[in-house]
Design a protein around this ligand. Structure first.
Ligand code: ATP
Length: 125
């Protein structure tokens, strides 16, 4: 394979990983639905460009954390199919990372939408 063709395959493998995550991880699908709802709300409330940027950043962070969690689960299942306390540590801390990002995303969404929602109901009631 030519060197300049390799980056295309890198994208292809990355896309396969994302598709695998969506296919197998229920939580990832839930995060994606929440992300679509948040993007719809952002469009509805005409969020500023800066707020859009923050929203996209936190959505990407949650989805990336979920994909890394999926990767860690796969590696743990491969190297330690039987119970091992370190396998438990790896899976639980990876899941903890997703939880931290998900909780942060809820608080950030509250900050982003607080004023637009207040103004919307103030001037439409
Ligand atoms: N090989 C193992 N050794 C020790 N504990 C394990 C092992 N596999 C799983 N566990 C424990 O069981 C929990 C659930 O594991 P599981 O593989 O079902 O992950 P999960 O987070 O439920 O994955 P999914 O997102 O696919 O539902 C882990 O968080 C961990 O505490």
């Amino acid at each position: 394979m030519k060197k300049d063709e390799r980056w295309i395959w890198t994208f292809r493998y990355a896309w396969e990983g994302i598709r695998y995550g969506i296919r197998t991880q229920r939580n990832l699908r839930i995060h994606l639905v929440c992300a679509l709802l948040a993007a719809g709300a952002a469009a509805f409330f005409h969020l500023s460009l800066m707020k859009w940027a923050i929203l996209i950043l936190i959505i990407s962070l949650v989805i990336a954390a979920e994909l890394v969690n999926t990767a860690i689960e796969a590696v743990v299942d491969m190297v330690s199919p039987d119970y091992h306390p370190l396998a438990k540590v790896a899976k639980d801390t990876a899941a903890g990372a997703v939880l931290v990002c998900a909780i942060a995303s809820v608080f950030i969404a509250l900050c982003l939408f607080f004023h637009p929602v207040i103004y919307f109901f103030k001037y439409n009631s």
